[in-house]
Design a protein around this ligand. Structure first.
Ligand code: HH2
Length: 388
């Protein structure tokens, strides 16, 4: 998730993209560099920031949201005002990133538009939150808060991404503890977003000013990924794309051993086949623009041969971790809007082959909506890597 602040005062990129043209151009650059979501914000939340009126915030974000949506990008709006959320969703944004934790009024708006909400934990409010943050048990309190909000969102039928709110009413030690114990938040079962990019606790650790915090940000995000973070909210997209490439390759070699990673198994006769059916995702897919803006259910299935297996000896590293396979399928399916099921099946096939020691991967993708529309039992696209 790329940060795009259309504000004069954000702590890191404030004033850089405060006119519409500049902000849209920056949004395009971020998407080009590999961002899956552009998070457009019109009100700074830095400690001590002054509140912005609804009218001013709308004037800042709406034209930028409209233009980026028109380009086919997936846009999230960083706001705590239901009116701004509503107008942005009307303009085609698909996520509302609310640092105040999704009020009932916000949940109503999200339910109405069937949009996803990011629910972030914050102690206090931006003006004063860093004065003297205090917790008995920071991880437990943040988890309980997010769990409560998740339950509430569930009542509204709203899908939620949870976020520990790094730097929002937290000391250096609170931030570190939350990052160390991210698995506790993962256990809530919702996707986890982490926003550490260039934040001041990294300055405390490294002694660097904002513009010198990229290395600290990358280190921290590598840690967050290893702990299971699903979405990283960052300013520097190209560098994080590289981080993901290296991290992805390494997590695979850890599973298969350094000398036998993904491709080296080719040539051995595979005797183990895995098949997974009906992986349901909400994806932005379709030829009409409206289908790329609103998510709809997509059904994905796959069959693949485990590349290295002959006689397995009951060890996970001789096969693949099914949960990781399903997680990767979901991540690829939702990483960007697409016109065609064919492209989706192809992207998933190559991602599975790159990341895991799998051969002859076949991926199937279907959309229940089109089956209903054409009144057919099943319509699926299949892509097989054996054809390559
Ligand atoms: N951090 C900031 C803003 N929005 N949203 C989520 N979900 N999580 C975060 O950690 C988060 C966030 C602060 O960073 P930035 O947008 O760069 O600065 P500012 O708030 O000053 O505009």
């Amino acid at each position: 998730m790329a940060v795009l602040n259309v504000t004069p005062d954000s702590f890191s990129d404030g004033g850089h993209w405060s006119d519409v043209e500049g902000a849209v151009e920056r949004g395009r650059e971020l998407a080009e560099a590999g961002a899956a979501i552009i998070d457009v914000g019109g009100e700074s939340s830095r400690p001590g920031a002054q509140p912005v009126s609804t009218r001013d915030e709308l004037e800042r974000v709406l034209p930028v949201v409209e233009r980026l949506v028109a380009d086919g990008h997936r846009v999230s709006v960083d706001t705590c005002k239901p009116e701004v959320a509503k107008a942005s969703l009307d303009a085609g944004a698909v996520i509302v990133n609310d640092i105040t934790g999704l009020s009932d009024e916000m949940l109503e708006v999200l339910a109405q538009y069937r949009a996803i909400g990011v629910c972030m934990h914050m102690q206090g409010e931006p003006r004063t939150m860093q004065v003297d943050p205090h917790y008995e048990d920071v991880v437990g309190e943040v988890r309980d808060y997010l769990e409560g909000r998740l339950r509430r969102a569930n009542r509204f039928g709203v899908e939620v991404i949870v976020d520990p709110g790094i730097g929002f009413g937290k000391s250096l030690e609170h931030n570190l503890e939350l990052l160390r114990r991210l698995d506790t938040l993962k256990a809530l079962g919702a996707p986890v977003l982490v926003g550490v990019s260039r934040k001041s606790f990294l300055g405390r650790l490294t002694g660097r000013e904002i513009e010198g915090r990229l290395a600290g940000t990358l280190a921290c995000n590598a840690w967050a990924l290893a702990a299971g973070a699903d979405i990283l909210r960052v300013h520097d997209i190209a560098e994080h794309r590289d981080l993901l490439s290296v991290f992805g390759a390494l997590s695979e070699s850890r599973r298969t051993g350094p000398r036998e990673s993904a491709r080296s198994g080719r040539g051995l006769a595979p005797v183990l086949v895995i098949e997974i059916e009906n992986i349901e995702v909400q994806a932005h897919i379709g030829v009409p623009q409206s289908e790329r803006v609103r998510a709809q259910p997509v059904r994905i299935g796959l069959v693949a041969e485990v590349a290295r297996s002959r006689n397995v000896e009951d060890r996970l590293d001789e096969t693949v971790d099914y949960a990781a396979v399903v997680e990767l399928v979901r991540a690829v399916a939702t990483e960007r809007p697409r016109q065609l099921l064919e492209t989706l099946a192809q992207d998933i096939t190559s991602a599975l082959e790159q990341r895991f020691a799998l051969d002859n991967v076949e991926v199937r993708a279907g959309k229940p909506a089109i089956e209903r529309q054409l009144r057919v039992g099943r319509l699926e696209v299949r892509r097989s890597s054996a054809l390559d």
